[in-house]
Design a protein around this ligand. Structure first.
Ligand code: HEC
Length: 127
């Protein structure tokens, strides 16, 4: 039977693009914990999925904003991780508080840092 299965899989494999190796390795499971997100290692690629689900509807697929939410490129570099946590927990204006686990919060922040860079100081160009 093995030769038959290998043959069938081989045929399918020929027409389907190979998944990128990092896709097969992506594991976004996490332990429930009460650790601060600031103490956790964020996983940017897991955060990208969370962003698409929880944030893109207001801040746009690429973070550049919509009429419902700000352009995050104008904000992320000017806020510390702690300030971003506060935003996510409190929800400013029409943004509702985000019900994310500490690990998910760390993941989303890692993703936003990947996109828009590390904290550059609090000098905010738009305020
Ligand atoms: C219902 C729409 C909505 C959703 C969903 C939403 N936001 Fe917001 N967000 C807003 C609004 C409105 C503001 C305040 C606008 C402003 O500050 O200019 C805001 C502000 C922010 C800010 C702070 C900007 C600043 O410096 O004042 C950050 C960071 C942010 N959102 C990130 C996120 C992330 C990450 C998610 C997903 C986990 C998310 N938002 C989900 C609407 C939303």
């Amino acid at each position: 039977m093995w030769w038959l299965m290998a043959g069938l899989l081989g045929c399918e494999g020929a027409s389907e693009p190979e998944p990128a190796p990092e896709d097969t390795a992506l594991d976004c499971t996490f332990e429930e914990s009460t650790t601060s997100p600031l103490e956790l290692e964020g996983r940017a690629r897991c955060g990208a999925d969370l962003y698409a689900d929880a944030c893109a509807s207001c801040h746009g697929e690429d973070g550049s904003g919509t009429e419902l939410g700000a352009d995050l490129e104008q904000h992320i570099p000017y806020h510390t991780d702690a300030e971003i946590v506060l935003v996510l927990v409190t929800g400013p204006e029409s943004m509702e508080p985000q019900e994310l686990a500490p690990q998910e919060t760390a993941d989303v922040i890692a993703h936003l840092r990947d996109w828009f860079g590390d904290y550059q100081g609090s000098t905010h160009p738009t305020r």
